[in-house]
Design a protein around this ligand. Structure first.
Ligand SMILES: [Zn+2]
Length: 169
């Protein structure tokens, strides 16, 4: 499935090439400020108040405003969707297992959405680590090279699993 190619960057800032993250063509001066996606359930609150990490990414003006608009619409509708599911579960007086089933369905929505309507670029920032997600694998590789990043490319690494998150304290 054409999911995004992810790059992990452990730096304070991310260096981008002079290439629009949306259409992939050259951009000289234009940039757009993109909000990091909410991380986890409580990450939603800082996201709503615009307090999550922001990145200035190279983009043409129309490309950039389209990207930030679709990111906000996507995230907002996911948040509203989850709240509606919770209200529904409470008002219907669902049993514990039915409620769990609904919650799992609500969690699956963003994954399905990413497959159906992938965004050219989005990112999360957590404990000093950027997770940058690109639709264009070539762009992702370029970012990884520029920032000593770790590429998580499912197509090229095959079934190789990343077990680096086990006991790295
Ligand atoms: Zn562009």
């Amino acid at each position: 499935m054409p999911l995004s190619t992810d790059v992990i960057v452990r730096r304070k800032e991310v260096t981008f090439p002079h290439k629009c993250v949306v259409c992939g063509t050259t951009v000289e001066n234009g940039s757009t400020r993109i909000r990091g996606n909410p991380v986890g359930f409580y990450g939603v609150i800082p996201w709503i108040f615009g307090a999550t990490k922001k990145l200035d990414v190279p983009a043409h003006q129309p490309c950039g405003s389209k990207l930030s608009r679709s990111l906000i619409i996507r995230n907002l509708s996911l948040i509203v969707g989850v709240i509606l599911v919770l209200i529904l579960a409470v008002s219907l007086g669902l049993s514990k297992w039915q409620a769990i089933g609904l919650a799992i369905a609500a969690i699956a929505i963003p994954i399905i959405w990413q497959v159906i309507r992938p965004l050219p670029f989005e990112f999360t920032h957590q404990s000093g680590e950027f997770k940058l997600m690109f639709i264009d694998p070539a762009y992702a590789r370029e970012i990884a090279t520029l920032n000593d990043g770790e590429l998580e490319d499912d197509d090229e690494n095959g079934r190789e699993q990343d077990d680096s998150d086990v006991g790295s304290s």
